[in-house]
Write a protein that binds this ligand. Structure first.
Ligand code: ACO
Length: 333
């Protein structure tokens, strides 16, 4: 386990938040719930049929709450809440009832919205879209934030780069999992949220945010470059104290000697530790390149911008992956 994950677990233990896992009948989730409870990382609620969960667990689950939507006394409250939240969008009471009774991801989001849990983690069985859609519809964004996005915390092994990049080899990459073609306003939101995650989750004390492009400071002219420079202006307006610059090529963002040549005078160039990709294709490919070629640990995707935390697992996740994402979610509560 990396030092970074160690410190995330320690912080989660001290917070001891309540996280709901809607895919409660999935074996990896049950085993993760046991490990999280034993290690006192969070209080866990599993959603699913009690008999099925207990049979699969093969042992007592005394400190883990199990909620079965078909018998829970809170189910009707959640149906009412979903109907109220979505009726203006055309949802009928029948639709609301069907979703709450059949889709545990909706149920989990309604628990979080109602304050009956602090955060939710799903996606070991269902797709990213299936996890994010109910959260976008029910939990929505934090006040003052218009965009839900994601980041990866990349922890580079010392052997690969000698820890010359980021803070002791730790960098934050955004957005690599949610917004396919972000506008300038969305890129600005991604930059601000990623800086926040850098401080609160990755332990980066002074975020230096670079908005990346194939151009550095006007070296190329294109509407895609304009979108990035416009985003930088929006960040400066929304959060003047945040150290942020762009458009920068990756080498100008990371390497001091290149920064001196291509972006003299930039406070961020040469020392960026938060990298913002211009779209999802570059972001998703970028984090996977670094992960595969350097052996970096990629913690995420960490969703950011929700009013209360929801995170998505990879369907190929291991039990320890689930434990890690629950700990990260606890830090966002
Ligand atoms: N931020 C805030 N609100 C949003 C966002 C966003 N990024 N996206 C959608 N919404 C809102 C919409 O305004 C809408 O609100 P409303 O219904 O109250 O009016 C609601 O959420 C639902 O919007 P839809 O457009 O119906 O949602 P959509 O079907 O587009 O799903 C999703 C959103 C799932 C995030 C979509 O953008 C998506 O598929 N993104 C890519 C996910 C992906 O495949 N990632 C790669 C794999 S992950 C990996 O490799 C690590």
């Amino acid at each position: 386990m990396s030092k970074l994950m160690d410190s995330i677990y320690d912080k989660a233990k001290s917070l001891y938040k309540h996280i709901v896992l809607p895919e409660g009948e999935e074996e990896r989730i049950i085993n993760a719930a046991k490990a999280i409870t034993e290690r006192r990382i969070a209080k866990i609620t599993l959603i699913g049929r009690e008999k099925v969960i207990k049979e699969k667990a093969g042992c007592d689950l005394c400190d883990i709450e199990i909620i079965d939507p078909s018998v829970s006394p809170k189910t009707s409250k959640y149906i009412d809440l979903l109907y109220e939240l979505r009726k203006a969008k055309g949802m009928t009471r029948e639709n609301a009832e069907k979703l709450v009774m059949t889709d545990n991801l909706y149920y989990g989001c309604l628990m979080v919205k109602s304050g009956d849990a602090d955060g939710m983690v799903g996606g070991s069985v269902r797709s990213t879209g299936d996890v994010l859609r109910p959260a976008l519809q029910i939990i929505k964004t934090k006040t003052g934030v218009n965009t839900v996005s994601s980041c990866f915390i990349m922890s580079m092994p010392e052997s690969a780069t000698g820890h010359i990049y980021g803070q002791n080899g730790v960098l934050v990459f955004g957005d690599c999992a949610v917004n396919i073609l972000p506008t300038s306003e969305q890129l600005a939101d991604i930059a601000i949220a990623s800086a926040d995650s850098a401080v609160n989750i990755a332990g980066i004390s002074d975020p230096e945010v670079a908005l990346l492009s194939f151009s550095t400071k006007g070296s190329a002219k294109h509407e895609n470059v304009d979108k990035v420079t416009e985003a930088v202006k929006i960040v400066h307006k929304k959060q003047p104290e945040l150290s942020c610059d762009g458009e920068l090529q990756l080498d100008a963002a990371l390497v001091e000697s290149v920064a001196k040549l291509k972006a003299p005078g930039s406070k961020v160039a040469g020392k960026a530790n938060v990298l913002i990709f211009p779209d999802l294709q570059s972001g998703n490919i970028g984090y996977k390149l670094v992960q595969r070629f350097s052996g970096a640990e990629a913690i995420g995707p960490v969703c950011q911008g929700f009013a209360k935390p929801v995170n998505d697992l990879s369907r190929g996740c291991s039990v320890e992956d689930v434990v890690g994402v629950v700990a990260v979610t606890a830090l966002q509560c």
